[in-house]
Design a binder for this molecule. Structure first.
Ligand SMILES: [Zn+2]
Length: 645
């Protein structure tokens, strides 16, 4: 992909609003399509990847070439068979609803929960398996709060008008789904209000999203006997035993205050409200697989009001998304067979090597860092593992039980299969070959306890990465993404893990203080930005991502300056100018107000516009590339600029 002048807005001065200067033409030409809450480079690329898997899955539904194709084809065909879905009605979830209807006490509810959790209905709390922060070779079970119907804990306590409006709409939404289940409208309205009240009580003791970023605040390892002592009335231990998890020597209770409060909240709630809460959450999580009335009701709240979509996405897109969630590696496998060439992997690897070398120079040259911390930082960098494209070994789907009979049952079968997969991991050491993201997604990650960076094939595509394009475009695109992920190992959260991925402070105290001071200043910068309307960016929630964005653009810019030195101008633009244009291009997006509000509350990333304006305002190299004066509105005064990596 060349940088297209028509994508820019030449009427805007690059020193005033570089995001608009770089993207104005594209933004004006590309309104948000009806099925989307936002539309930008990431969505464009996702749609291209989606078209590839769509073609393969449609073929698989008629003429599967192997067993994985058979599973994908059957899942897809069942998902598209709306006549069968209408005919089945509530049958697929009837057994759960019947058991909930028989709940007459909080103890009855506890007795139903193991089956619900195992089958993918996460009410009240959930179980998740992750790498143990204190021993990165071991897996550990986490008990985490779940089962809130609004996007985040703060959505229950935020006093803004927009938050209050969303809560009123939620009450109506809960009531509407209960009416769809056959309740009298008057009862359903009362139940809707009572469910909001119950969930508000459940939300209050939970950690804020930014507090959950603190590994120390969420690490509470307990034996099962300790768990009983922590919440003597809550039968958490019996619950784990019922799920086949009774032989664990230790579990991590992510939020002890929540677990301690839970039994009392439930014991003082009318069983009639507990039933309404459970019925709503079962139907809510199954809604997309049920008859149209449930699916439509679900869209009106979660699609329109939370996600900012004007219309539902076409059904095939929604079924493919569900398939990606339930059998991501199977879908990713057919994707990479179609698109991912070995040369792309080699070129991406060379990019990763160049950026790792730049991070090494950064660690070597930080004036505020002592030699002791520097040495340990370099050891951590040397230990960073790299995964590109797709896993070496594909997951085995034997026993998942996918069939053409029922979309809803397929999703439940997949949830059960995944639960067993996770449960079995607890008895084994961490598998270093495992991927935590399927290969076809437009995303990437750094994993602190594995100390590795992972780039799925789905993001190694234009405009992020183009084997035909010049270095400026690739360093400004995928290069900044690679650098972003590397610096996550050294952001406010990642720096707390050592080279082995163990939560362990390897920083000399004064270096830690100096880093924290820089990070605090960056949080202060982002706190000042407006995300949407009158909502400010949460500088603490987005701190790790903002450190990674700032470090990412800095490292990729320096790495590009090395390889791009002496390259000719193209279309009157210097290599450095093209680098910054390419970077602004990957963040271009039109975003609906509803989605922007939701993301401001839950997303640890800053709004995409600010992923350009925020980092660039600190960057001397950006000012230089565009010949901007010191007082250009894009630039912060010199004394306020921050360079971390
Ligand atoms: Zn990130």
């Amino acid at each position: 992909m060349a940088l297209d002048p028509a994508d820019r807005d030449p009427s805007v001065d690059p020193g005033t609003d570089f995001y608009r200067f770089a993207n104005g033409g594209w933004l004006d030409r590309n309104p948000i399509p009806p099925g989307y809450g936002a539309w930008g480079s990431f969505e464009e690329l996702s749609v291209r990847n989606e078209a590839i898997v769509h073609r393969v899955v449609e073929q698989a539904a008629t003429a599967p070439v192997d067993e994985v194709h058979r599973l994908l084809g059957d899942y897809y065909a069942a998902g598209m068979d709306t006549a069968a879905i209408e005919a089945a009605g509530l049958d697929p979830i009837r057994p759960y609803l019947d058991r909930i209807d028989a709940v007459a006490s909080v103890d009855d509810l506890y007795a139903v929960l193991p089956e619900l959790h195992r089958d993918g209905f996460t009410l009240l709390w959930g179980q998740a398996v992750t790498v143990d922060h204190t021993d990165s070779t071991a897996n550990l079970l986490w008990v985490v709060p779940t089962g809130l119907g609004l996007p985040d804990r703060d959505a229950y306590v935020d006093q803004s008008e927009a938050a209050e409006a969303l809560r009123r709409a939620y009450v109506d939404h809960v009531a509407a789904q209960l009416v769809n289940l056959g309740e009298d409208p008057g009862d359903a309205a009362a139940h809707g209000a009572a469910v909001l009240e119950l969930e508000t009580r459940l939300a209050e003791p939970q950690l804020k999203a930014e507090e959950q970023r603190d590994p120390a605040a969420t690490m509470h390892r307990h034996t099962l006997a300790d768990v009983d002592a922590m919440a003597p009335v809550l039968p958490l231990r019996a619950h784990l035993v019922a799920l086949g998890l009774g032989d664990l020597s230790v579990v991590n209770v992510q939020q002890p205050a929540y677990v301690s409060a839970l039994a009392d909240i439930l014991a003082t709630t009318d069983p009639d409200v507990l039933r309404a809460y459970a019925r709503f959450h079962v139907v809510s999580s199954a809604a997309s697989t049920l008859p149209e009335v449930f699916d439509r009701t679900d869209f009106e709240f979660y699609g329109r009001l939370v996600g900012g979509q004007q219309e539902q996405k076409e059904r095939y897109k929604r079924v493919l998304a569900a398939l990606g969630a339930d059998m991501g590696e199977a879908l990713g496998r057919v994707y990479v067979t179609e698109t991912f060439a070995p040369e792309a992997k080699e070129r991406a690897l060379a990019m990763v090597e160049a950026i790792l070398a730049e991070m090494r120079r950064s660690l070597e040259t930080r004036e505020w860092m002592s030699d002791a911390t520097r040495t340990r930082g370099l050891a951590k960098l040397d230990g960073v593992g790299v995964k590109i494209g797709y896993p070496d070994e594909w997951r085995d789907w034997t026993g998942i039980g996918i069939a053409r009979d029922s979309y809803a049952l397929n999703r439940i079968r997949a949830a059960r299969f995944e639960f067993e997969h996770q449960r079995r991991k607890l008895a084994r050491p961490v598998d270093p070959a495992e991927w935590e993201m399927p290969p076809h997604v437009v995303n990437a990650y750094y994993h602190p306890t594995r100390n590795e960076i992972v780039f799925p094939a789905g993001i190694l595509q234009p405009p992020m990465f183009d084997a035909e394009a010049d270095d400026a475009v690739n360093f400004g695109g995928i290069g900044t993404v690679v650098a972003h992920e590397i610096t996550h190992g050294f952001d406010d959260q990642g720096r707390q893990f050592d080279a082995d991925g163990t939560l362990h402070d390897w920083w000399e105290p004064e270096d830690g203080e100096r880093f924290t001071h820089l990070a605090d200043r960056l949080a202060g910068q982002f706190d000042q930005y407006i995300a949407v309307g009158d909502v400010h960016v949460n500088g603490r929630l987005t701190l790790g991502e903002n450190i990674a964005d700032l470090g990412g653009i800095s490292l990729a810019c320096r790495a590009h300056a090395r390889v791009g030195a002496g390259s000719p101008d193209i279309d009157g633009l210097s290599p450095a100018q093209r680098f910054f244009l390419a970077n602004a291009t990957i963040w271009r997006a039109n975003v609906s107000e509803e989605l922007a509000r939701t993301l401001a509350q839950v997303d640890p990333h800053s709004p995409r516009r600010l992923r350009v304006l925020g980092p660039f305002s600190n960057l001397d190299a950006f000012q230089e590339a565009w010949g901007l004066p010191d007082d250009a509105p894009m630039m912060r005064p010199w004394a306020e600029r921050i360079e971390i990596w």
